[in-house]
Design a protein around this ligand. Sequence first.
Ligand code: GAR
Length: 191
Amino acid sequence: MRVVILGSGRGSNAEAILQAQQAGQLGRARIVQILSDRADAGILLLGARFGVAAEFVDPAPFRTKLESEGEARFIAAVRGCTPDLVVLAGFMRVLKPGFLNAFAGKIINLHPSLLPCFPGLDGIGQAWRRGVKITGCTVHRVTLEVDGGPILDQAAVRVEPEDTLESLTAKVHAAEHALLPAVIARLSEAK
Ligand code: GAR
């Protein structure tokens, strides 16, 4: 199963996926490409470390969504990899029908809350400020509804009295690092 990872940030989830692959824990999945909409994203540095192609793709002209020329560039870059699965690991752009239809049924996203609670930006901060006692992370299929597609799996994280936003953030990230590779491995075995 050929997998392309899209991310905008430091890439700790992409790193967890690549580590799982190195450890033989990613089933029949193989990471073939990392793409980022930010030239300075840490996720791109993983390419050299893990021997995977990693590239910046210009997302212009929009700031928070992927549409028109930027969308076309991403579609071409992803298509060139002939992926079976496109993994959004901290890709901070809203996808539009052009991209979604090009890879229909093949895109999954990681979100740092127990959806449908706290969709959108800063899922961990939203949960923290709301004072919930259990939060977590979700991997779901991507549809036009932002953070609204069918849920594939979730992991729960308890908010302890001694937690701070920082410690909660670390716990949710640790849960993500286990959940996302496990879902990819499972999808690869089901294929
Ligand atoms: C992760 O916590 C992921 O859930 C979140 O971005 C972070 C990326 O971290 N994604 C979203 O909020 C999407 N709405 P990483 O770059 O270290 O993997």
